[in-house]
Each structure stands twice: as structure tokens, then as C-alpha cells.
Design a protein. Sequence first.
Length: 623
Amino acid sequence: MLKDVILDAPGKKVFLLGNEAIARGAIEAGIDVFSAYPGTPSSEITDTLNAACSYLRDRMEYRMEYAVNEKVAFEVAIGASLAGKRGMTAMKHVGLNVAADPLFSFAYVGARGGFVCVSADDPSMHSSQNEQDNRWYGIAAKVPVVEPSSVNEAKEITKDAFELSEKFSLPFILRSYTRLSHSSGVVELGEIPYKKIEKVEWERHPETDVVLPAHARRLKPKLQEKMKKLEDYFNGWKYNWVDEGDGKKGLIACGMSYNYAKEAMEYLGLEYPVLKLSSMNPLPRKLITDFLANLDEVLVVEEVDPVVEMQVRVMAAEFGVRVHGKMDGYLPENYEYNVSVVQEGIARLAGKDFDYSRYLSAATELVKIAPPRPPVLCPGCPHTAVFYAIRKVVNETGRAALPSDIGCYTLGINKPLEGVDITICMGASAGSSNGLSYVLSNPIIATIGDSTFFHTGIPPLINAVYNGNKFVLVVLDNSTTGMTGHQPHPGVDVKGCGEKADSIRIEDVCRALGVKFVEVVHSYNLRAVEDSLKRALNHDGVAVIVAKQPCAILWTRERKRKGIKIRSFEITDDCRECMKCVNEFTCPAIYIQEGKPEIDPALCVGCGVCASVCPYRAVRAAR
Ligand code: SF4
Ligand code: SF4
């Protein structure tokens, strides 16, 4: 909780979410600049630092911002680091793909003030488009990766990473993952430093900071030397350790998997020696080989890819130690681990029976009795109205390609709206529409959110204008970054720490880019959206429609704050039970009772879109 994150009570033990613990670690480390684009499962780090900064201002000052995308956030933190200040950024795993360009180059430059990038992986893809192991980035970019194994370690390792970043002049990646970011645990608080952001004089270091080829050629061996020194350090790092045990079989357990492994061994009544690792790159080779030297067999437990296992196999060859893990099927290659999954692998190592499928079939039975709850857009969501209008126009005009993007609106894929045909990554709705326009004879209607428009939607629009490509881009402008928890973006009038901002209007940006067809419509006005779509489809070139209406959650909250009564809608006796509102519009507030549609007043937000859907004027505002 925020009150515990900002609590000035060193030594006190509090209960924090993993992401709050990372935020607290950054505060205790005295960060100067934090910049991020929200993305699950990393978002609460940003939101916590956003909420904390105004409370801590008199004690520990730092600059916090919501960046337009992860690459920009990464570069903002680089700026702080190169000026000798502590810079930090946080993103979900796919965010690091966006920030990969500065990551690889900054590794050569090296950190001056401590630099930490939190990359939150999402094993099992709870809220992501892929299951990506970002430890590879550390290996590929020659950047250290550290991985906490508990909520308390998340705080401590965040703090330590800043210190090590300065000591070795290297940017650090702190790898978190859903299960760590979103679980709670006991954290022992350290001290919050007294500090102001003091501006410093710029000192030039072009020989390191300008990665022109001659400099980069010299910097690469230096980077390798730094990594070698860090590896030596990691051999004795306090977050890598060996738990002594019995026998000639052992485990190497990475990050959170350490807890699964320990608990699984307890259930199985085993006490194998365990090497617990929190430095994922570089691996502490000496520590590992010393551990292997006493063993015949070892099981490597890690999520997501066999990153450590592959390297351990090479090291183990020298000792004739047999290595097990994902690569030989002792542990599954896909999805998140838990105690039972790991228990099955350890049981196999021990030659014991453990039938995990029994537990799985019990879980399958439980799932059967749980009511089906497919993810749906909220009642009154402005996206539903726009997708309804798009579906109507497409049904009238014939087949169309409907690329979309990453956000709540991806749920527009569901029947009967079926407004989403393609979702690849942030900004790819407009990007892929460029390619589709070269090869399709059908119309293309792409959808993108307002936050995503600013994130990576602008460059593909420039591409479309420059190349004269023809498609319709509908910006679903709900005045927020809805899916990750309502963070602001450049289109709204608030910044990080709640400061006022001069918002940037999407329609103005589009016109400035040279888009000749730009119209702004109200998302709830179905007729206006449909008419605009038809005009846009007739436009010879890229056309942008900005469909505006705040997210239903924000809209409801705002009306309640202002004391405005929310009038729900009701279905009158004029209803002819045609079921258009149920089968075609699918607002979750409309349900069927005794064969007739009804509106649940507890869910209805009073948008009234269903009234314009009904052909018999049978829906009206409740009296
Ligand atoms: S959170 Fe807002 S934008 Fe997302 S589905 Fe709900 S109403 Fe729509
Ligand atoms: S669309 Fe109108 S007439 Fe048809 S079921 Fe709904 S409320 Fe009744």
C-alpha cells in the first residue's frame, strides 16, 4: 500500500506488492528520474512512484513521468544517468522490444549514474501477446540481468542494482515476472534518503557517449571486461547462494523458481543441495562449477526459456554431470511454473512417483463448475459503440480488413462485433494497414487507442501520408490508457505526479502530418460514426476518424465526483423482443429475464447507445 511505500520507518516490516517493493527499492536508492510507459505486469511500479512523488517531495525529490513509449522512457533514464544521476525505467517484456535500440547502444556507453530498467516478463501470457524471456536481451546486449526470488528481494535487489550499475558502469536489467510483480510479501524497510534534485553542470565525455564506429570498436572490449569483472563479483554476490543438502543430485533454481523448488522438495521429503541464482547474466561460472563439481546430476529450474540450462550444460560437460530441465523434458518448456510443476521434475530426478496430471484433472473439473466469464468490454464502453458502427458499415458495404492494436479494444474481436482481424503489437494496426493497402482490393478500417496512437501510431501514419496509401484509421480516444489502469498520456491534461499538462489533440497531430481527411465524432453517436466511416471510405488516401468519449469507468467516476446523478436506461412495454440489443449490441448491462431483455440498473452507466440501437424506440432513460 502507498502508505507503507512512503513510510519513513527503517527496520519496520510491511506487506507490499512485488511492484510496490520495486518502487520502494528505487525510493531507498534515491532515484532522480523515473520514466515509463504502462504495461502489465509492470504498471504498478510506475503508478506507485507516481502516487509517492508528491507525498515525498519535501523529503526525497525525484522526477517522474509517463513517457510516450518504452524507447523514449529508456532514453529519458539514459539522459539522467549520463548526467551522473540515478535513472530508472520499467516496462512489460514486449516493451523492451520497443526500447531495444537504445539498450544495445547504451551497453557500450555504460552507465554513469545508476541505471536500472525493470523488464516484467509474463510467463503463461496472462495479459500479453507472447511469452518472452528477456534474459536473452541481457545476453545479446551484454547487459547484466538480475532476478529477485521474493518480494523482499525485489526491493533489496533494486537498490543493489543501482549501486552495482555505478560500481561497474553498466546499465542493469531487473527481470520481474507476473508472479513476483503481483504477489505480496513482507518487506523490511530501509531508509528513505533526504535529497533534492540538484541540477549539475554537464561534463562532456564524447569518447564514450558518442557511439560512432571508431569509439564503438574501442568500447566493445571494454564492455566485455566490465562484464567479466561483474561475473567475478557475482560469484560472491549475497543474492546467489548454496543451500547445503544430501547426495549427489542437486538443483539450480533461478529467481522465483527457487521458492517452488524448496517447497516441492519439502513435499517430497528431499534435501538436495540447491544453488539459488539471482544473477542471470553474467552467470557466476565459478560458483556454478564449484557446485557442479560435487554432483552427478543437476536439475535446472527456471522460467521461461532454458537460458541458464543451456549454459550449465556446457559447464557440466567438463565434470561429466548430467543436466536436466526443459531441454530433456524434465520440466515443461511452456507456461508459468508452480510448486506442482516443479515437484514433478524433482520427483523424476529422485526416481519418485508424482502424477501432476491428477492435480490438473481436478482443476479441470473445478473449471467446469465455474460460470464462464469471457472477458468483455465494460457496460457503456465507448469502444462497443464504435465497433457496432464499424460492423454495421462493413455488413452494408461488404468484406473489409479490420486490423487493430493493443488495448481494451482488442476485445472487439468477440462476436458479434468481430471488429478485430489482426493484432500484432503496439502501433501495428496502422503499420500493417500500409502493407494491406498495397495488396487488398477490400476496404481497410483499422482501430487504435489514443495512448497507442502516441506510443507508435504516428510513424506508420507518416508512412501512409508519404506513400499515398489508402485506409481508414479510427482512433478510439477514451482519454486514458485504459487497459493498464487509467494512466495519462500526451492527449490528456495531466502529467506524472498529477501536474497540469497542455494536452496534444490527436486531430491536430494528424492534420499536421498531412492527413487530408480528419473528422472528430462522438463515440456514442452511432449515426455520426457511421456517416463519418462512409465518407472516410470514399476518401482517396489515408483517412482518420477520432472517436471521442472518455472510458466508461472514468466518465462514471467523474460524474459521481461532481454529484451528477447517473440515470440508467430501461426497456419499456414497446419492446417487441427482436433481440437486436442483445444479439447485435451485447452490452453486459442487458440481460434476458423470462425471454425478455432487461437492463441492470446497477451496471448501466447511462450512455443510452442501446436506445439508438433499438428499432422500436423501446429503450428510454429510467424515470
Ligand atoms: S476500462 Fe474503459 S475502455 Fe476499457 S473496456 Fe472498460 S470502459 Fe472500455
Ligand atoms: S432492440 Fe428494442 S425491441 Fe428489440 S429486444 Fe431490444 S429493446 Fe426490445
